[in-house]
Design a protein around this ligand. Structure first.
Ligand code: HEC
Length: 185
């Protein structure tokens, strides 16, 4: 039998040892070398993906303010003072968020303009929605809408003051695009 021959046994043992060593070398080469984070960030092509703009995007904060303003206007148009009071409160919070998160934007003094231009424009609506029935009657649709017009005017004044006069806000009360009723229940 061939495996009983000493020469063959020697060749077989050496072959097995060499095969084992080869497998070990191949296995050592298998794992992908870990990529150092520094090497990734030095890759110029990846820079824009990794390094985001400092601070939040003002347009996104404005988009939320727009939705709140639109719902505020739809509430006013429905003569719904309690709902208008809710969106007035939310609008105030969003304006404060804008002041805090984007006090300056492309060298424009956003926080200062919000303070001087936007916040005073809400005073009429604040008074109108502060009425406490039954002692005081709820504000009428006309009074609420007059308050809305003052707010919308302030939005557009600030857009003009910040070289964004092409963004023109309206009441937007002709149609209700939301899956929400603004009528008083
Ligand atoms: C402090 C000044 C200022 C006030 C006040 C202001 N805006 Fe803006 N608004 C801006 C600037 C500046 C931009 C452009 C932001 C940018 O370039 O990313 C903008 C952008 C927008 C946009 C475009 C973003 C989008 O989602 O389409 C909308 C809509 C908008 N504002 C709505 C309003 C509404 C509604 C009000 C009033 C309730 C308002 N803004 C009040 C300064 C103002």
């Amino acid at each position: 039998m061939i495996w009983r021959r000493p020469q063959f046994r020697f060749v077989a043992v050496v072959g097995l040892v060499l095969a084992g060593a080869g497998a070990w070398v191949v296995a050592q080469g298998q794992p992908a070398p870990p990529v150092a984070p520094a090497a990734v960030s030095k890759n110029a092509a990846l820079q824009p993906l990794i390094e985001t703009q400092p601070g939040p995007e003002l347009a996104l904060l404005m988009g939320t303010l727009q939705t709140l303003t639109h719902k505020l206007a739809l509430s006013a148009d429905a003569g719904n003072a309690p709902l208008a009071a809710f969106y007035l409160h939310e609008s105030m919070e969003q304006l404060r968020t804008i002041q805090r998160e984007a006090p300056e934007y492309e060298n424009l003094p956003i926080a200062v303009l919000v303070e001087r231009l936007a916040l005073p424009a809400y005073s009429g609506l604040k008074t109108a929605t502060a009425a406490q029935p039954p002692a005081e009657p709820l504000a009428s649709r006309e009074v609420l809408l007059a308050g809305i017009d003052r707010v919308v005017q302030a939005c557009n004044e600030c857009h003009a003051a910040t070289q964004h006069g092409f963004i023109r806000i309206t009441r937007g009360t002709e149609i209700n695009p939301f899956n929400q009723s603004f009528q008083r229940p």
